[in-house]
Ligand binder design. Structure first.
Ligand code: 5GP
Length: 193
């Protein structure tokens, strides 16, 4: 997605050979117009597969997921990373090791919102080693729901997550695929979209 790539080049900061900071439009400050375009792109790519729910992970997946849900006319559920007083029992949970925080969180959703007859699109902001997405897949397997695919805003293709998830048989649509990060520069995998 060309507009997203231009935004990454203009406002992304390469913190190391493995970490890209996009606090200016996705992870802290949010660019709503860009999120609307991202949501439309996900909705277009997954238009014909009968999505009934979108599942993401708090907090940075929420903005792109909501924009996709607005167009696909589906509810958006975000898995929570911390137990809350209001989210206590009747949960589906999975363990996720965070690439950026280097800690393991238990992520959970209420059993009320996704059911066996749902067809679910998973959306997340970044794909690195795939732990977050595999945690969401784990939850959906517990539910018994159909997983239509995974929409990722930024995939770091030099890390293993994308390969592992595709090898597991899932459709992954990433709007920007990074071939490598080095010396402050971002290099994308070129593809026609
Ligand atoms: P994974 O679980 O695929 O290893 O990592 C994905 C999660 O880690 C994403 O949900 C995102 O929050 C975070 N993440 C991974 N790599 C990066 C990165 O380079 N930059 C930022 N800002 N977040 C990242």
């Amino acid at each position: 997605m060309e507009r997203l790539k231009q935004k990454i080049l203009a406002e992304g900061k390469v913190l190391s050979d493995s970490v890209l900071k996009v606090d200016a439009f996705l992870n802290h400050q949010i660019d709503p117009a860009l999120m609307a375009d991202i949501g439309k792109e996900f909705a277009d790519r997954f238009a014909d597969v009968g999505i009934t729910k979108i599942l993401t992970l708090e907090s940075s997946g929420i903005a792109p997921a909501v924009m996709a849900g607005l167009i696909l006319k589906t509810p958006v559920i975000f898995a929570r990373k911390r137990k809350s007083l209001t989210l206590t029992d009747h949960l589906y949970s999975a363990k996720v090791h965070s690439f950026t925080k280097q800690e393991t969180n238990e992520i959970s959703i209420s059993q009320s919102f996704i059911h066996q007859d749902d067809t679910v699109l998973i959306i997340d902001d970044f794909l690195a080693n795939g732990q977050a997405v595999f945690g969401l897949i784990d939850i959906l397997k517990q539910v018994g729901a159909n997983i239509a695919g995974i929409g990722i805003v930024i995939e770091k293709s030099f890390q293993d997550g994308g390969k592992m998830i595709r090898n597991a048989g899932y459709r992954v649509e990433s709007l920007a695929r990074i071939a490598h990060l080095s010396e402050g520069n971002v290099t994308f995998i070129e593809e026609e979209n």
